[in-house]
Design a binder for this molecule. Structure first.
Ligand SMILES: *[C@@H]1O[C@H](CO)[C@@H](O)[C@H](O)[C@H]1NC(C)=O
Ligand SMILES: *[C@@H]1O[C@H](CO)[C@@H](O)[C@H](O)[C@H]1NC(C)=O
Length: 252
């Protein structure tokens, strides 16, 4: 009896393993260009509204996306992008974070110059790739990884305490999207759903008062949805330009 059960299990397990390998290997074909005037860093002025984070995030390996920008939902998502010319391109390619919206000639990605060059096998190959300007690539969504960082709330400089609150979330790990954000009072537990004003920027006029508990709805492409609640509250006296550690990170 035990033997026949085992023989049933083996093909089942093999199927599971094969399937997860197949899923992990699914790349989509596209094309990528690079920002002609970009320096070695990312950009502080991307459509996602990440501010100074956008320049330094992921060591400057960032990208603008067209369809994948998804009206701002795609901001902060990570993609492995590799070019397909076997003379120049490495298997690994580069992992970029979406920080901007933009499209070029049939491209899904406009990479920072630095990230574009990183798809190459060697420095010489990078020069050849850069000379091409636009290349065939394949890409897949991957988890973002920010070692030793918690999800951090950056209050936008344009916020006006206590009437108008705008912020972005930095350092969200994983491969899920934040599709809704609520602010809840810690005493009366009244909650307010925020608006995505553009990119990754969440705003509200007349925010609730007192220390504020943030709730974020994580959504996956597979239909997964879950609200996550940070350990730390936004302090009562929140101030434009400040950052606050949520004490929370998504395990990857
Ligand atoms: C906000 O309040 C905390 C104590 O709750 C205090 O340490 C901090 O200095 C205050 N910040 C501002 C900008 O007033
Ligand atoms: C992240 O938050 C935890 C509390 O949940 C804290 O112990 C830890 O120091 C924080 N990490 C960083 C890098 O701030």
């Amino acid at each position: 009896m035990a033997l026949s059960l085992q023989s049933l299990w083996i093909p089942f397990i093999t199927l599971l393993v094969t399937r997860s390998l197949a899923e992990a290997a699914t790349f989509t074909h596209s094309r990528a260009a690079y920002y002609p005037n970009s320096d070695e860093k990312g950009t502080e002025v991307g459509a996602c509204g990440f501010g100074s984070f956008g320049a330094t995030i992921n060591g400057g390996d960032v990208s603008a996306a067209s369809e994948l920008y998804r009206d701002g939902v795609g901001c902060g998502a990570c993609y492995q992008v590799r070019c397909t010319n076997s003379n120049y391109c490495s298997d690994k390619g580069v992992t970029v974070v979406i920080t901007d919206s933009g499209s070029g000639p049939s491209t899904d990605f406009i990479l920072s110059r630095r990230a574009f060059g990183k798809m190459a096998q060697t420095t010489d190959a990078a020069a050849s790739l850069l000379a091409l300007g636009v290349v065939d690539v394949e890409y897949r969504r991957v988890s973002c990884n920010y070692p030793n960082k918690n999800i951090t709330i950056k209050i936008d400089e344009n916020s006006n305490y206590p009437h108008y609150l705008a912020f972005v979330l930095w350092y969200q790990q994983g491969d899920k999207d934040i599709t809704a954000v609520q602010l809840c009072e810690t005493q009366n537990f009244g909650c307010k759903l925020l608006d995505r004003s553009y990119g990754a920027v969440w705003t509200t006029t007349s925010p609730p008062s007192g220390p504020l508990s943030l709730r974020m709805l994580l959504s996956g492409e597979d239909g997964y949805e879950s609200w996550i609640v940070p350990v730390n509250n936004i302090p009562e006296n929140w101030t434009g330009g400040n950052t606050y550690d949520t004490g929370l990170q998504i395990n990857v």
